[in-house]
Design a protein around this ligand. Structure first.
Ligand SMILES: Cc1cc2nc3c(=O)[nH]c(=O)nc-3n(C[C@H](O)[C@H](O)[C@H](O)COP(=O)(O)OP(=O)(O)OC[C@H]3O[C@@H](n4cnc5c(N)ncnc54)[C@H](O)[C@@H]3O)c2cc1C
Length: 529
């Protein structure tokens, strides 16, 4: 009989953390079911190969046409395989702002204030700079400074300082605001995904079973309790049973999709697709939030920037060889080497924009090959007001879901985006960049709101942080309670980015791992009770 105490659906950031921690108790039999593969490919472990990850490691979703993006479909990469999105992400180690978590608590999530979550961030961390009030050592997630930084990335920091934006050596310390170089989730020059941190060291445990190539199609619910999952794998469809708990960790798209396929979601929508309604939960798949992002790109004659030219190809080849031999050099780059946080609305409670500076020309997520060299500066809206949805296209688990982040639909988001782009332009054309002779690749009259808005709508897209589709809260409509238990189904929990009631002011990997750490604690306590 295929039976476990806990089944974790999805081996991504949240799933790896929850399974790694739960399996520390030898009395608990834990199983991770991951649709993708092992993600051991060198294009996954080499940071600079991010632009060329194997197709099988990325779900590569698209959004529905976005009215806020001039009717375009957005691109939504999502990791597939162990590590999930942490196996294909940019590795930046950012937690968000103290205010984000205090706001979660104020919104009805007791136990999620900054002071409540800080110990879990610290417990997850192995920071090479050592432990202090904000940072931890001895945890599974390796956090380090960058091994190789392009001079243009350093120029970005100097340029911002020339505009009175202060330098910040630790965005996860006492102050988030300012500019600097990001810390990254790497070890020994390689990507350190959540699976490498939490699952690899646990592989020897007899009580942990990690299965790849297994897609969970639905949760088995008997008498109001999750008792297992129906899976599709190499042997066809079958059931794996859970004595204690099922933890959903399929991510902001996968988790609501699995729930809806299991009959938990907005009743009318489920009936539309011929799915028997087990529980009418309108909030499942609602409240989708993601960071809209605009990338300013500049051409430059400097060949030491990443780029497509004969010299550029040669340098990349040399860099790959160096990285294969020593795990050093330009191929250890997270590409988004520099960046930072700032308020364009000085009354905002926390930074409302974030920069990611990339020493390469980045068009359409790197999917468009641009000849020559240059640099790019992303600027995203950190706390969007727009709310979108995740819905089923049909009742077939293999069909990609309908993703509607509603980018830039709320005028308040556009106001922040517009000012963010203006400030980014000032930084990238300031004296610190003079040696790069930057040429704006998409010139417009930046003082003209209408012209700038049209440019933004024609080019903006995600910076890869969808959350909120199974939000937690203490209210009756919330999908999960603040102990990450699904309301209305016993023995069912969620441990991924979908539970965030509000998008944090920063990247979402470390916050999701923190959620996984917390979920493990909650599940273990519930099983003991
Ligand atoms: C290109 C990119 C760059 C990013 N850069 C950064 C960054 O630099 N820093 C940062 O902090 N964040 C970054 N992020 C975001 C961050 O990585 C994610 O927010 C985080 O990894 C989400 O974790 P999760 O556990 O919610 O989902 P995921 O990590 O995506 O895990 C979900 C897992 O569940 C599996 N799954 C889904 N459905 C099923 C099913 N039915 N059956 C079995 N398995 C299933 C998936 O294959 C996947 O492995 C980036 C994301 C992307 C895509």
């Amino acid at each position: 009989m295929d039976e476990f105490d806990v089944i974790v659906v999805g081996g991504g950031s949240g799933g790896s953390a929850v399974a790694g921690r739960l399996s520390e108790d030898p009395k608990l039999r834990v199983c991770v079911l991951e649709a993708g593969g092992a993600n051991a490919d060198w294009r996954i472990t080499t940071p600079g190969m991010m632009a060329a990850v194997p197709k099988a490691s990325n779900w590569g979703f698209e959004t529905v046409p976005q009215s806020g993006l001039a009717g375009r479909r957005g691109y939504q990469p999502r990791g597939r395989g162990l590590g999930g999105s942490s196996a294909i992400n940019a590795m930046l180690y950012i937690r968000g702002n103290r205010w984000d978590y205090d706001n979660w608590a104020a919104l009805g999530c007791p136990g999620w204030s900054y002071d409540d979550v800080l110990p879990f961030f610290r417990a997850s961390e192995e920071n090479e700079d050592g432990a202090d009030a904000f940072h931890g050592v001895g945890g599974p997630l390796s956090v380090v400074g960058q091994r190789h930084v392009n001079p243009a990335s350093r120029a970005f920091v100097v340029a911002a300082e020339q505009l009175q934006i202060p330098a910040n050596a630790d965005f996860n310390g006492s102050r988030q605001e300012g500019v600097g170089l990001y810390q990254v989730t790497q070890r020994g020059g390689e990507r350190w995904s959540a699976a490498r941190g939490y699952l690899d060291p646990a592989r020897g445990r007899a009580n942990l079973d990690v299965r790849t190539g297994v897609t969970v199609e639905r949760i088995v619910i008997e008498d109001g309790r999750a008792t297992g999952v129906a899976v599709r794998g190499r042997g066809g469809v079958r059931t794996i049973r859970a004595r204690g708990a099922v933890v959903l960790a399929g991510g902001a798209f996968g988790t609501p999709q699995t729930r809806m396929l299991s009959g938990i979601g907005p009743a009318a929508h489920l009936r539309e697709h011929g799915i028997a309604v087990a529980l009418d939960r309108p909030a499942v798949g609602s409240d989708l939030q993601d960071h809209p992002d605009y990338v300013s790109t500049f051409a430059s004659p400097r060949g030491d920037l990443f780029g497509r030219s004969l010299g550029g190809y040669w340098r990349t080849l040399k860099a790959i060889v160096e990285h294969r031999r020593h795990r050093t050099g330009p191929m250890s780059t997270p590409y988004a080497e520099a960046g930072g946080f700032w308020r364009v609305d000085r009354d905002a409670p926390a930074p409302d924009i974030q920069w990611h500076f990339v020493p390469a020309i980045l068009e359409d997520h790197g999917r468009v090959a641009v000849k020559g060299h240059g640099f790019s500066a992303h600027v995203c809206v950190l706390r969007p007001e727009s709310r979108g949805t995740l819905r089923l296209a049909d009742g077939d688990p293999a069909t990609p879901p309908l993703i509607d982040p509603a980018f830039l639909q709320d005028p308040r988001d556009m106001a922040v985006q517009r000012e963010g782009v203006r400030l980014t332009q000032r930084i990238c054309t300031s004296p610190a960049f003079a040696p790069w002779h930057p040429v704006d690749r998409t010139p417009v009259d930046y003082r003209d709101d209408d012209a700038l808005d049209a440019l933004i709508r024609s080019r903006a897209d995600t910076v890869y942080h969808p959350v909120g589709t199974c939000r937690m809260g203490a209210d009756a409509a919330a999908v999960c309670d603040p102990r990450l238990r699904v309301n209305g189904v016993a023995g069912l929990h969620v441990a991924d980015a979908s539970v965030m009631p509000r998008l944090v002011s920063g990247n979402t990997n470390a916050p999701t791992i923190m959620i996984g750490e917390r979920c493990a604690r909650f599940v273990a306590e519930d099983l003991r009770a």
